[in-house]
Design a protein around this ligand. Structure first.
Ligand code: GTP
Ligand code: MG
Length: 173
């Protein structure tokens, strides 16, 4: 075999947060392995996946951390946020409560993460447009007020998943 060793120029830690069942783990599965599962189990503790990409001729290793939305399954908060340079704040666009809780997730993030962290608001499950409970404008307004990037995605249909991760990684870079 040849020499497959790859020089990594940067390692970027990105964290996923948001209520249980909004699709954090499936967004990560889609991005890192191009997989999706409808009977995904709730995350317990912390998991992570890495994906290596080339941005501007530099090799960037994205280390994406995923934790439980459910309080009782969550790991130590400060360790989760430590060293993160990007965050995805995920809600389910068919569940208003998951959007209303974004302010609390953002507060926790701002309390623990570096102040220069790049944050993207993600309205997931846009394949379920007929069940939409969060108008795009509401999310845009919140994102603008809080200086967040914003995108609507579907892990199921692969809509905007790659774009969302690439946008955040490019902004970090
Ligand atoms: P916790 O680990 O408990 O915090 O939940 P989570 O945010 O990781 O949610 P998960 O990725 O496990 O997905 C929850 C459910 O939503 C699963 O049944 C997924 O298949 C489903 N789901 C995730 N993304 C999408 C999507 O884009 N569209 C649809 N229709 N379902 C999705
Ligand atoms: Mg999960």
């Amino acid at each position: 075999g040849g020499d497959f060793s790859q020089k990594i120029d940067y390692v970027f830690k990105v964290v996923l947060i948001g209520d249980s069942a909004v699709g954090k783990s499936q967004l990560l599965a889609r991005f890192s392995r191009n997989q999706f599962s409808l009977d995904s189990k709730a995350t317990i503790g912390v998991e992570f996946q890495t994906k290596t990409l080339v941005i501007d001729n530099k090799t960037v290793k994205a280390q994406i951390w995923d934790t439980a939305g459910q309080e009782r399954y969550r790991a130590v908060t400060s360790a989760y946020y430590r060293g993160a340079v990007g965050a995805m704040l995920v809600y389910d666009m068919t569940k208003r409560q998951s959007f209303d809780n974004m302010a609390r997730w953002l507060e926790e993030l701002r309390g623990h993460a570096d102040k220069n962290i790049i944050v993207m608001l993600i309205g997931n499950k846009c394949d379920l447009g007929n069940l939409r409970a969060v108008p795009t404008e509401d999310a845009q307004e919140f994102a603008q007020r809080e200086s967040l990037f914003f995108m609507e995605t579907s892990a199921l249909e692969s809509t905007n998943v790659e774009t969302a991760f690439l946008t955040i990684l490019t902004e970090i870079y």
